[in-house]
Design a protein around this ligand. Structure first.
Ligand code: HEC
Length: 426
C-alpha cells in the first residue's frame, strides 16, 4: 500500500525536477568538476564554460559530446581495470546536461551557483627547485600541420639527481596539444644530430627509436595535473643527462609563440622506491594499404617483480585500438587496459587505482590494431604501405608502462634474466 503511493510521487518529483534544470543550480557544478579544467580562458578547450553567456550557445553540442562520450576525453573500456584518474561522467551528470539542453538551457537564479573554482595559475607541483626552459621561443604558424618538435636541454647535472615531482608548462597552452619530457642519459644515440635548444624534427626512420635507457619523464596534456608520487618514491635523472622536450603544437588560426618550461622538485631524502618508465614496443610491422584492423603485437616479460603504476598507449593517425593483458606466472591472465577507440589527439596516461604487483615472470602482451582504410577519417593516405617512423604519416606501436621498483634496483634487472649467483670467492 505504502509503495503504491510512494512510486507515483517519486515519478512526479522526478519530472518536476528535470523541468527545473538550470545553469546555476545544476549545470555549473558539473562543468566545474569535469570540464573547466580545459574549458576556461588560456586552456586547450576551444571555448570557455565559466559563465552562462559563454555556455548557453553550446548547450546542444554539450549534450551530444557527453552522450557520445567524446567529452570529457577518456578512452578506457570500463569493463577492464579501475583508474585513479578516471574522468568519466556518471549517468546522472550526463542526464543533467541533456535535460538542460532539452528544456531550453535556462539560466536560473545566480544565487544558486556554487563558488567559482580557483584554478592554480602557477606551478601545480609547488615551487620547483630547478626550472629548465627552452632557450628560444618557437613560432607556431596560424595554419597547417606541424611535426613533433624536439628540444634538447642539457641538465649539466654532475651527479645523479632524484626528483619527486616534474611538471611541463607550456607558455602558450592554446597552441600546445601536448608535450613530453624525456630523460636522455649520456651516450644515448637518440636524436644525436639535434643541437641543444634548437627545434629539431628527426629525419631517418631508425634514428628515432627510444632505447631502454631513454625514459619518458612527464607528459603535459591539457587538463592533466602532474601525477603525485607517493612519499618515499622518486624518479632518477642520471648525471650528465639531457632533457628532451617533444612538443606537439597545433595551429589554431592565430599565429603564436611558445617557450615551455620544465620544473623539478628534488627529493629531500633518499627514496625507498623508484618510479621507472619503460615501453613495450613493436617496431617491425608493415601495415598493408586499405587494411581496416591490421594487428601488431608486442610482449615483454618482467625478470624482476615490479608494481604497475600507469599505462599509456601510443600510436599515430592509423592507431585504432590497444589492449594490455598481463599473463601471470600461474598462467592466469587479466586485461589491464583496453582502449577500443584510440584517438591520436589524446595522449592519455591511465593510472591504476592501486599499484598492482606483477611478480617476476609476469608478461604483458600488448595488442594493437591499425586502420589503414579510407574509412579512417584521420588516415593521411589509405593507398600507402605504412611502417614504423616518427612522422605522423608513419606509425608507432608503443605501450608505455610506468612501474615502481626498489630505489636500489638497477632497472636493467627488469630486462635481463638474472644470472645464477656467482660462487663465493675462495
Ligand atoms: C582534457 C581537456 C578537456 C576536458 C576535461 C573537456 N574538454 Fe571539451 N574539448 C576539449 C578540446 C581540446 C576540444 C576541441 C577538440 C576536440 O573537439 O576534440 C573540446 C571540444 C568540446 C566540445 C565541442 C565538440 C565538438 O564536437 O565540436 C564540446 C561541446 C565540449 N568539448 C564539451 C565538454 C564538456 C561538457 C566537458 C565536461 C563534461 C568537456 N568538454 C571536458 C578539451 C576538454
Amino acid at each position: 500500500m505504502k509503495l503504491a503511493i510512494f512510486l507515483p510521487l517519486a515519478a512526479l518529483l522526478a519530472t518536476a525536477k528535470s523541468a527545473d534544470v538550470t545553469y546555476h543550480k545544476d549545470v555549473l557544478p558539473v562543468l566545474q568538476k569535469n570540464c573547466q579544467i580545459c574549458h576556461r580562458p588560456g586552456e586547450a578547450g576551444p571555448m570557455s564554460f565559466t559563465s552562462y553567456k559563454e555556455t548557453r550557445p553550446w548547450a546542444k553540442s554539450i549534450r551530444d559530446a557527453v552522450a557520445s562520450k567524446k567529452m570529457p576525453p577518456w578512452y578506457a573500456d570500463p569493463a577492464h581495470g579501475k583508474f585513479a584518474n578516471d574522468r568519466r561522467l556518471d549517468p546522472k551528470e550526463i542526464e543533467t546536461l541533456s535535460q538542460w539542453a532539452a528544456t531550453g538551457a535556462k539560466e536560473g537564479n545566480p544565487k544558486d551557483a556554487p563558488k567559482p573554482v580557483a584554478f592554480a595559475s602557477g606551478w601545480t607541483i609547488g615551487k620547483p627547485d630547478l626550472i629548465l626552459e627552452m632557450p628560444l621561443e618557437f613560432d607556431i604558424p596560424a595554419k597547417g600541420t606541424l611535426e613533433y618538435q624536439h628540444f634538447v636541454i642539457p641538465t649539466n647535472f654532475k651527479e645523479d639527481v632524484w626528483v619527486t615531482a616534474v611538471e611541463v608548462r607550456p607558455s602558450n597552452r592554446a597552441v600546445t596539444h601536448h608535450g613530453v619530457a624525456f630523460v636522455r642519459p649520456p651516450g644515448s644515440k637518440w636524436l644525436q644530430d639535434a643541437k641543444p635548444g634548437v627545434a629539431y624534427v628527426p629525419k631517418g626512420r631508425w634514428q628515432n627509436n627510444l632505447g631502454i635507457n631513454e625514459e619518458i619523464f612527464e607528459t603535459y596534456v591539457p587538463g592533466a595535473v602532474p601525477h603525485h608520487l607517493q612519499p618515499g618514491q622518486a624518479k632518477l635523472i642520471p648525471a650528465g643527462s639531457d632533457i628532451v622536450l617533444q612538443m606537439h603544437y597545433t595551429a589554431n588560426g592565430t599565429a603564436g609563440k611558445d617557450k615551455s618550461k620544465i620544473g623539478f622538485v628534488f627529493a629531500k631524502e633518499p627514496p625507498v622506491e623508484r618510479v621507472y618508465s619503460m615501453n613495450i614496443t613493436q617496431s617491425k610491422f608493415i601495415i598493408p594499404p586499405g587494411a581496416s584492423a591490421h594487428p601488431v603485437d608486442a610482449k615483454f616479460t618482467f625478470q624482476q617483480e615490479v608494481k604497475l603504476l600507469a599505462l599509456s598507449p601510443h600510436m599515430h593517425l592509423r592507431g585504432k585500438s590497444m589492449e594490455y593483458t598481463a599473463v601471470y606466472p600461474t598462467g592466469e591472465s587479466e586485461v589491464l587496459l583496453n582502449v577500443p577507440n584510440y584517438d591520436f589527439s589524446w595522449q592519455l596516461f591511465y593510472y591504476v587505482d592501486k599499484p598492482k604487483v606483477l611478480p617476476k615472470g609476469t608478461s604483458i602482451n600488448v595488442h594493437a590494431t591499425f586502420d589503414n582504410s579510407a574509412n579512417n577519417k584521420n588516415n593521411p593516405d589509405a593507398t600507402k604501405e605504412v611502417k614504423w617512423g616518427d612522422q605522423s604519416w608513419e606509425e608507432m606501436m608503443v605501450g608505455f608502462v610506468d612501474v615502481v621498483i626498489p630505489a636500489k634496483t638497477d632497472p636493467m634487472e627488469i630486462y635481463r634474466p638474472s644470472r645464477p649467483a656467482k660462487p663465493a670467492a675462495e
